[in-house]
Ligand binder design. Structure first.
Ligand code: SAH
Length: 366
């Protein structure tokens, strides 16, 4: 792969599941090069145990086991919860004993969406989000990102859509995220179409420019706006003091000029905080020259966070106000709340482990 960002993500700790066929061939360079492709095909079909790869010679299987262990998968599911609405949440243990969560959402039409994490914890500090309370433990590797998809597939069937809306800020882990996107999209593997992959960011202008100019896969972009009032947004989302609204707006225009794709503006609705008519007008003003859809997400409660859920009335009033101004609005379903698997509720714990903080301590409990 000649793309420089793929080179940057290829580190020593990289597992095998996010390598391309030619890279796998390099790892077993004493073998004919088609062996790399065979390995890649096994991974893409969800098989990671070397012993099950029957078209590989026994001697090669043995040497792979000697080198990497029984399986090429670096992570494993230690807990699975299913909500009454069908949402599945997985607690996944990584090679170093840390944990990450992933969610599978199933909508009314039966469409399956993998909601995957890009970091353990998050450094962005959004004051309404539970993941933020953990702080950042570390970035996930591309393999750890990709393996979340395989774990969800094994348990609930292969998802057709992927959203980077789990734990972490994907643009703060840009190279590993980019590699995982390339792997998801690669036509000889999972072959997931670019329009079925959505990356959600708190709004990092350099990262948005990277998506516009450098990423070879034209994925969909969602931006967590949540307020179009600069001072309020700084209080809710500390990233706004580094990248204030005018700068974010400029990056979005740039993205739009290059990609010609509609952007989703996510708006977490906090009762009595950002749900007024004035807030609506500010949002409409921010969106005036963007080709966008506004996704209103009624805030999901997180223990101890100082916000209120918006009432049904104020949610409807806010949505109508935005619609009346001519913008398209979608309302986010409240899926997965029974298992703390909804937006902003991922905190690296299974429900029986709620009291444990930070994520690192979980290791001792399982
Ligand atoms: N860091 C990325 C992706 C993770 S959060 C981002 O900020 O976009 C995914 C979405 O959930 C974001 O839109 C975020 O604003 C929203 N969110 C966070 N906490 C929430 C909560 N408690 N209730 C509802 N949505 C929340």
């Amino acid at each position: 792969m000649s793309k420089t960002y793929l080179m940057k993500s290829r580190t020593d700790h990289q597992g095998l599941s996010a390598l391309f066929p030619n890279e796998l061939s390099e790892l077993i360079s004493q073998e004919p090069s088609f062996r790399g492709r065979q390995l890649f095909t096994w991974f893409s079909s969800g098989t990671f145990k070397f012993d099950e790869m029957k078209n590989l010679p026994a001697a090669l299987r043995r040497s792979l086991i000697d080198r990497y262990g029984e399986t090429a998968c670096t992570s494993k599911v230690v807990k699975q919860q299913t909500d009454a609405d069908g949402t599945v949440k997985l607690l996944i243990k990584l090679h170093d004993g840390l944990f990450v969560e992933s969610v599978l959402l199933i909508d009314e039409e039966g469409r399956k969406t993998a909601c995957i994490s890009s970091q353990i914890g998050c450094a962005m500090g959004c004051t309404f989000c539970r993941t933020a309370e953990l702080g950042l433990e570390r970035n996930l590797t591309a393999s750890e990102i990709v393996e979340q998809f395989y774990h969800l597939s094994e348990i609930a069937g292969q998802p057709s859509h992927i959203v980077f809306m789990g734990m972490g800020e994907p643009l703060a882990n840009i190279y590993e995220t980019a590699r995982s996107i390339e792997i998801f999209h690669f036509s000889e593997g999972l072959n997931i179409s670019a329009r079925r992959i959505t990356l959600s960011t708190c709004g990092i202008p350099d990262g948005i420019r990277f998506l516009a100019e450098s990423l070879s896969v034209p994925i969909r972009l969602a931006v967590s706006l949540t307020s179009a009032d600069n001072d309020l947004r700084t209080r809710l989302m500390p990233i706004n003091s580094r990248a204030p609204l005018p700068e974010l707006h400029e990056a979005l225009l740039h993205y739009q000029n290059i990609r010609k794709k509609r952007i989703t503006l996510e708006y977490v609705l906090l009762g009595g905080v950002n749900d007024s008519d004035a807030a609506c007008r500010q949002l409409v003003q921010f969106a005036r020259d963007l080709e966008c859809v506004v996704n209103v997400i009624p805030w999901n409660p997180g223990a101890g966070l100082p916000y209120n859920e918006p009432s049904k009335n104020s949610t409807e009033r806010f949505c109508s106000c935005v619609e009346h101004a001519g913008l398209r609005v979608t309302r986010r379903y409240r899926r997965g709340r029974g298992i703390s698997g909804a937006c902003g509720q991922l905190a690296g714990t299974g429900s029986s482990l709620h009291h444990i903080h930070p994520v690192t301590k979980l290791n001792e409990q399982i």
